[in-house]
Design a protein around this ligand. Structure first.
Ligand code: NAD
Length: 503
């Protein structure tokens, strides 16, 4: 199988897509000839196939490449590393059109309203990380005359970075923190979305990163991902994905006690008090669940509204969402909601909607069935679409309020008072994000303190700032990405004691 193949981009342009494993700054064939097909979620049709790594030989080759360059990379002066990051950010900017086209094709993300924004995020993250490279340091103090204590933040070695399908380029860019802190890496892309990271790999070479600093292997999780997790030459795993797989990753990484950071699933609550600006609550609530087709780990997928404003909230929400969140083809400028990533994902989301209806939920928007605009389109009828759906009268114990659906489905119910809102919010195995809408600042801060979540939004939902730590508690995982805290997860802290006093 060849290492490049011409594919058709949504724009109609042709592009020679790299297909190989990316090791030592070169595309190479899989050792065992395995391939992985990738499908356009908007049509259900095959795009191309990539080389799938041999779990033993190729994973080892990639790890050895990263190992070999580690000593050299960690010794590169900070300002040089910073400049490489800035150059890479500029190359991403120059190639934003291409990257977003490939991302949209492979993941189904609407091109103009979603894929391009993701690429812009990559530019910002790389630029943000560049800023830290020559500034991150430890502490130094003198506890007594003639005594000095200081800390060194040192890279861990080779980091295995495992990324999910829902934000292929974005989640990859967050894990470039590993490289910024002096580590070398092997990235394992999600089996549904292997293409965009291989386009990006060409920019890494162009920017001038030494061979081996950034390697990419494609393949399925059970074989290739697991082989990376278990590899004794890997010093840390940075994983983003489902809680179920996160559990496996943590247990298999125990083989050499490698540390793991786990960015896993969620069922984030949004509580709306009757003293809130309901129009604002409606806008944020819908955006936080219908954007990216609801495939957002921190999406506030269960929303509880204080009883007196419940029906008003529902009426305004359905009116807003039915106009604002247009379902359509990913290439169209007006599309906000594209397809789900795959047939199994589409079926899974549909089955959650069916189960919710059986449990007693009222469908106030969307519901079962494919959106009409898609069902009547001959090319896209095979796409994996789900209608943006609002389910009302949800009880906190319903399946739809407890399990991660990972689709454009908002479960809405009621609460009486602050204590009940907090207790519903905390009644979950997950703890990724949580939101509150209220004009009462005391209530908001009380909620922020008491809610079991890694991130809290007061009068918004799902805002992300790259200066802030991202991550969860409970079954949503542990460790943080982004911000100053994100850097700490990729270094060892060494304590150095200097004595200048004779005894
Ligand atoms: P997934 O867990 O199925 O797969 C994630 C990655 O793990 C993929 O690359 C996959 O190939 C790999 N993998 C699968 N089995 C493996 C194994 N046994 N060993 C090692 N690697 C393995 O998740 P997904 O379906 O790609 O993504 C959706 C999930 O990711 C959702 O649960 C979502 O909430 C979560 N997510 C979390 C965050 C966060 O920051 N907390 C961000 C994005 C997505």
């Amino acid at each position: 199988m060849s290492l490049f193949e011409e594919i058709n981009l949504p724009s109609g342009e042709k592009y020679s897509q790299p297909l190989g494993l990316f090791i030592n700054n070169k595309f190479v064939a899989s050792s065992n000839g395995d391939v992985l097909e990738t499908v356009n979620p908007a049509t259900g049709k095959r795009i191309t196939q990539v080389h799938s790594a041999d779990p033993y030989r190729d994973v080892d080759k990639a790890v050895q490449a990263a190992r070999k360059v580690f000593e050299t990379w960690k010794a590169v002066p900070a300002t040089e590393k910073r400049d490489l990051f800035l150059k890479l950010a500029q190359l991403v900017k120059d190639n934003a059109h291409l990257l977003s086209q490939v991302e949209s094709l492979d993941s189904g993300k609407p091109l103009h309203t979603n894929a391009l924004a993701d690429v812009n995020g990559v530019i910002q993250v790389l630029t943000y990380l560049a800023g830290w490279i020559d500034k991150e340091g430890g502490v130094a103090f003198s506890p007594a005359p003639g005594k000095l204590c200081y800390t060194l933040h040192q890279p861990l070695g080779v980091v295995g970075c495992i990324i999910p399908f829902n934000f292929p380029l974005s989640m990859m860019s967050w894990k470039w923190t590993a490289i910024a802190t002096g580590n070398t890496t092997v990235f394992k892309s999600a089996h549904q979305t292997p293409l965009s990271i291989l386009v990006f790999a060409q920019l890494v070479v162009k920017a001038g990163f030494p061979p081996g600093v950034f390697n990419v292997i494609s393949g399925d999780g059970l074989k290739v991902g697991d082989a990376l997790v278990r590899h004794l030459g890997v010093d840390k795993i940075a994983f983003t994905g489902s809680t179920k797989v996160g559990q496996l990753v943590q247990s298999h990484a125990a083989i050499n006690l490698k540390p793991v950071t786990l960015e896993c699933g969620g069922k984030s609550p949004l509580v709306v008090f009757s003293d809130a600006d309901i129009d604002q609550a409606v806008k944020w609530a819908s955006c936080a669940i219908f954007r990216n087709m609801g495939q957002i780990c921190s999406g506030t997928s269960r929303c509880f509204v204080q009883e007196s404003k419940y029906e008003e909230f529902l009426t305004k929400l359905t009116a807003h969402a039915s106009v604002k969140f247009a379902v359509g083809l990913p290439s169209e400028e007006t599309t906000i909601v594209g397809p789900q990533i795959s047939k199994p994902q589409q079926e899974s989301v549909m089955s959650y909607i069916d189960a919710a209806v059986k449990e007693g939920c009222r469908v106030v928007l969307g519901g079962p069935g494919v959106p009409e605009v898609i069902a009547n389109d001959p090319v896209h009828a095979g796409g994996y679409y789900v209608r943006p759906t609002v389910l009302a009268d949800v009880k906190p114990y319903y399946k739809i309020a407890r399990e991660e659906v990972f689709g454009p489905v908002l479960a809405v119910g009621t609460f009486r008072d602050f204590d009940e809102a907090l207790s519903i919010a905390n009644d979950s195995q997950y703890g990724l994000g949580a939101g509150i809408f209220s004009r009462d600042i005391k209530k908001c801060h009380q909620f922020a303190q008491d809610v079991e979540a890694g991130m809290v939004w007061i009068n918004s939902s799902n805002e992300v700032n790259f200066n802030m730590p991202f991550g969860g508690v409970k079954m949503s995982g542990h460790g943080r990405e982004l911000g100053k805290y994100g850097l700490q997860n990729f270094t060892n802290v060494k304590a150095v004691y200097v004595n200048m006093v004779d005894i």
